[in-house]
Design a protein around this ligand. Structure first.
Ligand SMILES: [Zn+2]
Length: 429
C-alpha cells in the first residue's frame, strides 16, 4: 500500500494543513503530520484542497459516437478538471435504456481508472418518450443506476413523467428532467429575445423551460417523489425551483458553468461554438443563476460536457450540433464567476461541485469530507494561476469549447481517485 503526504494545503480554502493518504483512504488530516518512509510527498503550499469533484451531467458518447469522445478520453478530461466521478448521460447509440448497456458503460469506467463513471439510465425506451425503459432492471444491475434521464430530449408526456416519478421511488432514484417543451421550441436556434429578433433566428422562449419545470415540481410533489432539473438557464426557472423548495418538495437543480458566464450576445458572432441546449440567455438570467447557486436554490454545478467532432460544429449556425465541452474548464469558470466575485467560498464550491451532486446521485464513496477514514478522493487547485484556454491541449477528444483564447483563473494541479494520483503537476499520470 502506498502512502502520500500532502503538505500545507488549504483545506476548503482554510488554514494550511497536511493530509496523509494511506492506500485508498485518508489516514489523517492535521498540522505537522510526518510521512512514513517511502511516502510520496506533495508540497501543496498555496493550493486549495477540495473533495474530488462529481459531475451529474456528462456526455461520454460511448457507445456509438467514439469519434467525439470515449469513456477513456472523457474520464481523462474529467480527471484533468478535478473530477473523481461523473454521471454518463444515456443518449448514446445504443441508448442506455437496458441493464446491459448501463453495465457496459459502468465497466468501461472502472477499466479507465481515471474517474468513476456512474451511468444514467434512460427514462423511456430509445429516448422516444412513449414507453418506460427497464428502470428497475437498471437499478438492480451492477451499475446500480439511481439517476434516470432522457437528457437531450424532454420527457414531455405528463403521464409518462408521473409514472417514472412513481417508479423510481422503489429504489430511491431520481428523474433528471431536460426541461424543454417541444412544441414551443420547434426549430429554435437561440434564446428568444431582443438578439434573436435582430438576428432573425428562431427563438427559444424561457417559458418552454419554465412551464415544464412548473409541471414537474407539481408532479413530484403530487406523487411524493424526487425530481432533479437539469441545466437551469432562466431567472424564471430559478423562481419556480425556489418556490418548490419553500414548499418542502423534493426538488433539486443544476446549472452549467457556461450559463453562469456567457450570454446570447455572443450569438451575434454566428460562431456555432456558442450554440447549446438550453441556449445562452441574457445577462439578467446569468446574474439570477449565480445568486441562486450562491444561496443554494440551485444545488450544484453540472458541466453538460457535450463533445462534438469538428465537422459537427464547424459549419453554419443552423446546421451545427448543440453543445460544448466543459469538464476541463468547469472549476476555472466557477472560480471566475462565483469565488472571485465573492459569491461563494471554497467550502461552498466543495458543496456545489462535490457533496451535493454526489448526494443527489446517491453515489457512495464520493462527495465526502476530506477527513480521516474517508475515501481518498480529492483535488488540489491553484487559485492564483491565470492561463489562457487552449483547446489543443485538452484531454477530451473534442475541442468545442466556448472559452478558447479567454484568460481564466485556477488550475487543477492534482487529482486523487481512491488514493491514486490521476493527475499530478497538472498532467495526467
Ligand atoms: Zn440536456
Amino acid at each position: 500500500m502506498s502512502t502520500t503526504l500532502i503538505r500545507g494545503a488549504k483545506l476548503l480554502g482554510g488554514e494550511p494543513t497536511d493530509v496523509l493518504i494511506d492506500g485508498e483512504t485518508v489516514a489523517a488530516v492535521g498540522a505537522g503530520l510526518t510521512a512514513p518512509e517511502g511516502s510520496t510527498v506533495v508540497e501543496a503550499e498555496g493550493l486549495v484542497a477540495l473533495p474530488g469533484l462529481v459531475d451529474l451531467h456528462t456526455h461520454l458518447r460511448e457507445p456509438g459516437r467514439e469519434d467525439s469522445e470515449t469513456v477513456l478520453t472523457g474520464t481523462r478530461a474529467a480527471a484533468v478538471g478535478g473530477y473523481t466521478a461523473v454521471h454518463a448521460m444515456a443518449n448514446t447509440f445504443p441508448v442506455a435504456d437496458t441493464a446491459g448497456v448501463v453495465e457496459q458503460v459502468w465497466r468501461l469506467g472502472r477499466e479507465s481508472g481515471y474517474c468513476d463513471v456512474q451511468p444514467v439510465g434512460a427514462v423511456t425506451v430509445g429516448l422516444e418518450g412513449n414507453k418506460l425503459a427497464e428502470l428497475g432492471a437498471m437499478a438492480e444491475s451492477a451499475a446500480a443506476v439511481r439517476v434516470f434521464s432522457d437528457d437531450g430530449k424532454c420527457v414531455d408526456d405528463a403521464v409518462i413523467m408521473r409514472r417514472a416519478l412513481e417508479y423510481v421511488k422503489a429504489f430511491d432514484g431520481v428523474v433528471a428532467q431536460h426541461a424543454q417543451e417541444p412544441r414551443l421550441t420547434e426549430g429554435a436556434q437561440m434564446n428568444e429575445g431582443a438578439v434573436s429578433g435582430e438576428l432573425g433566428l428562431r427563438g427559444w422562449p424561457a417559458v418552454a423551460e419554465e412551464s415544464i419545470i412548473a409541471r414537474d415540481v407539481l408532479l413530484a410533489a403530487h406523487v411524493g417523489s424526487r425530481v432533479h432539473i437539469c441545466h437551469l438557464s432562466t431567472a424564471g426557472s430559478v423562481e419556480i425551483v425556489r418556490w418548490a423548495k419553500s414548499k418542502g418538495w423534493n426538488v433539486t437543480a443544476e446549472v452549467t458553468p457556461h450559463h453562469l458566464l456567457l450570454t446570447d450576445e455572443l450569438v451575434r458572432t454566428y460562431n456555432p461554438v456558442y450554440k447549446v441546449n438550453p441556449p445562452l440567455r441574457t445577462e439578467a438570467d446569468v446574474m439570477a443563476l449565480r445568486e441562486a447557486l450562491a444561496d443554494g436554490t440551485i444545488d450544484c454545478v453540472a458541466t453538460d460536457h457535450a463533445p462534438h467532432p469538428h465537422e459537427d460544429k464547424d459549419c453554419e449556425w443552423g446546421a451545427a450540433a448543440m453543445g460544448m465541452v466543459g469538464l476541463e474548464t468547469a472549476l476555472s469558470v466557477v472560480q471566475h464567476t462565483m469565488v472571485d466575485t465573492g459569491l461563494l467560498d471554497w467550502a461552498g464550491v466543495a458543496d456545489r461541485m462535490s457533496l451535493r451532486p454526489a448526494a443527489i446521485g446517491r453515489l457512495a464513496g464520493h462527495g465526502r469530507p476530506v477527513a480521516a477514514g474517508e475515501p481518498a478522493n480529492l483535488t488540489l487547485v491553484d487559485p492564483a494561476y491565470r492561463g489562457v484556454v487552449n483547446p489543443a491541449g485538452f484531454a477530451s477528444r473534442s475541442r468545442n469549447t466556448p472559452y478558447e483564447g479567454l484568460e481564466l483563473p485556477g488550475r487543477v494541479t492534482a487529482t486523487f481517485l481512491r488514493g491514486k494520483a490521476t493527475v499530478m503537476d497538472g498532467k495526467l499520470t
